[in-house]
Design a protein around this ligand. Structure first.
Ligand code: PBG
Length: 327
């Protein structure tokens, strides 16, 4: 047999590392952290094994646990004591994320990213202010333009508290431009925006909505999050965010949308982030619990695949575990 091309030659132990195309490091990862104003104890999140909601007094300790694994960046999500129609606790100077951000940035060297959205803060659980007739099911649920000033206030309140980066996740048209302008006017032109640029209306967010108590009380998010059927539309969403000044472009979820991650990587020079969401985490845990999958191996393979598709950084609930296994 005259086989000149034998790819197997490069798979031996000594050489495979040399020809490896993709690598994974703790410095690629951002760990989500949930800070909960309604509790003074840590509360395990049932559908996300290993994760907890922590009271603000534990925020620094929680972030230090993350940093001990080698992961330097966290994404803070807040659960407020009170919700109202306007989501006013989302921009309160003494709100849960603002308070946690102040403490974590003062007392640790972590890089703090904050989620800029309203769904945990509105009594109806939508990511913005309701449009007229929304509850009756007439027309669109969220009033896009009326929501923008609220997002500006939230982002500015996070930056004032010391946030290193803000991440608007509400999928309002024009949100990046509005937030950029508001941040600059308030003297935060150094604070980058990581936009959830292509965020899909996904059933994989289920466990997160339990964790952050942010499920919509009626209707769904189809009017503002993207249709899972659409790939070209993601390019349009992302280019609008680029025009508006986004610094990092995120695709969310990650594994079911690797085609979109690859498209964004190819079409844009900005850093690309992917959010390996709660459902992606929960399903691997559930299978591992049954003994059907090797959790450490599938977690590593998942994150490696997300990088291979083109992501530079990954938001993932596996951050600590994978970082530990890399060291
Ligand atoms: C808030 C937000 C959500 C997630 C991150 N930010 C929920 C949603 O859009 O319903 C989901 C994250 C996850 O599932 O891990 N807008």
């Amino acid at each position: 047999m005259d086989l000149r091309n034998r790819p197997r030659r490069l798979r031996g132990d000594g050489v495979r590392g040399l020809v490896s195309e993709t690598s994974l490091a703790p410095s690629d990862l951002i760990a989500p952290v949930f800070v909960d104003a309604t509790t003074d104890e840590r509360v395990p999140i049932e559908s996300m094994p290993g994760h907890e909601r922590v009271p603000v007094d534990e925020a620094v300790a929680r972030v230090e646990e993350v940093r001990e694994t080698g992961v330097e960046a966290v994404m803070l999500f807040g659960i407020p004591t009170e919700k109202d129609a306007e989501g006013s606790r989302a921009w309160a100077g003494d709100g849960i994320v603002q308070e946690a951000t102040r403490r974590v940035t003062a007392e640790t060297d972590a890089y703090v990213v904050t989620d800029v959205c309203m769904c945990e803060y509105t009594e109806h659980g939508h990511c913005g202010l309701l449009a007229e007739g929304a509850r009756e099911g007439e027309g669109l649920t969220v009033d896009n333009d009326a929501t923008l000033p609220a997002l500006e206030r939230i982002a500015v309140s996070h930056a004032r508290a010391g946030a290193d980066m803000v991440a608007p996740s509400g999928m309002m048209d024009g949100m990046v431009a509005a937030i950029r302008e508001a941040l600059d006017e308030d003297g935060h032109d150094e604070v980058p925006i990581m936009s959830y640029a292509a965020k899909y209306e996904s059933a994989f967010y289920g466990p997160f909505r339990d964790a952050a108590d942010g499920a919509p009380s009626f209707g769904d998010r189809r009017h503002y999050q993207m249709d899972p059927a659409n790939r070209r539309e993601a390019m349009r969403e992302v280019s609008l965010d680029v025009e508006q000044g986004a610094d990092v472009l995120m695709v969310k979820p990650a594994l079911p949308y690797l085609d979109v991650v690859a498209d964004v990587r190819r079409e844009f020079d900005h850093p690309v982030a992917a959010y390996n969401v709660s459902g992606e985490y929960a399903m691997l845990h559930a299978a591992a619990e049954k003994g059907w999958l090797d959790l450490e191996a599938v977690a590593h393979e998942s994150l490696l695949s997300i990088k291979r598709a083109g992501a530079d950084l990954i938001l993932t609930y596996f951050a600590e575990d994978v970082a530990r296994s890399l060291s």
